[in-house]
Design a protein around this ligand. Structure first.
Ligand SMILES: CC(C)(COP(=O)(O)OP(=O)(O)OC[C@H]1O[C@@H](n2cnc3c(N)ncnc32)[C@H](O)[C@@H]1OP(=O)(O)O)[C@@H](O)C(=O)NCCC(=O)NCCS
Length: 218
């Protein structure tokens, strides 16, 4: 089995600049409403929980990378690599590739955001974040998970439907940037045997398919 390359864990204060950067990249038209100060404030909000998917930054991985960059072929590749990639590999800090935020409200969990950097999509990271959110809120005794998603956002809706979310209504012209409607989606009660069974199956499938992603949420 290969070493886990990404870890999904709770956000730390030092992750906020990168989370803000991802937010700005992924939701450019909404960004003015979510300054980095609001992410720092979330640490003091007992109802808010943020998760990140981050590269491993342990000494083993670092020293392995360092020795590889000494090899001539790899050196060339490394020097010609995309700026983001070099930034990721050079950084002393973990590189955050995606995040999810939620608020617990009256025993329901409300997903406020879910985003993966463009270059890191289609590798199971968004789904890993959603699995970690589900696990976290189950441990917080949430009854169900709810969210709003743009009516045009077929990719996110496909992910949510895969994880048992159903359309339960609309909010007309919810998004002020383009007047788009929001689709409201809910899970069934998280405690039902059927939800737990399908969640377990989805999680096991994900672990089998993406064994380079580890979840540090329990
Ligand atoms: C939605 C998003 C988080 C998905 O992240 P991701 O890491 O690319 O997704 P994954 O690789 O984990 O894919 C998981 C599932 O999502 C759905 N999905 C992902 N990419 C898809 C695509 N291009 N078309 C259709 N469905 C897709 C599929 O159901 C997929 O499951 P499968 O692999 O069994 O088909 C990512 O596309 C993103 O950040 N989008 C912009 C922000 C956004 O829309 N956030 C949601 C706001 S409510």
């Amino acid at each position: 089995m290969q070493d886990p390359k990404y870890t999904v864990r709770l956000m730390k204060e030092e992750d906020v600049p990168q989370v803000t950067e991802i937010d700005r990249e992924v939701f450019p038209t909404e960004w003015m409403f979510r300054l980095s100060s609001s992410y720092y404030k979330e640490f003091k909000n007992p109802l808010a929980y943020y998760l990140v998917a981050s590269t491993q930054s342990d000494a083993f991985t670092k020293s392995k990378m360092l020795s590889l960059t000494q090899l001539p072929l790899f050196k060339d590749f490394f020097n010609n690599a995309h700026d983001d990639y070099r930034e990721e590999q050079n950084s002393q800090n973990p590189y955050i590739v995606g995040f999810a935020g939620l608020w617990m409200m009256a025993h329901n969990a409300h997903i406020m955001s879910l985003a993966v950097r463009d270059r890191y999509r289609n590798q199971g990271i968004g789904e890993a974040l959603l699995i970690a959110v589900t696990e976290l809120v189950s441990n917080l005794d949430a009854n169900m998970i709810t969210l709003e998603v743009r009516s045009s956002n077929d990719v996110a809706q496909a992910l949510y439907k895969k994880h048992g979310f159903r359309e339960v209504g609309y909010r007309s012209r919810y998004y002020s940037d383009n007047g788009e409607d929001a689709v409201i989606m809910n899970t069934d009660s998280l405690s039902t045997a059927s939800f737990q069974l399908s969640f377990r199956i989805l999680k096991e499938e994900h672990i089998r398919k993406y064994n380079n992603i580890s979840l540090e949420i329990s």
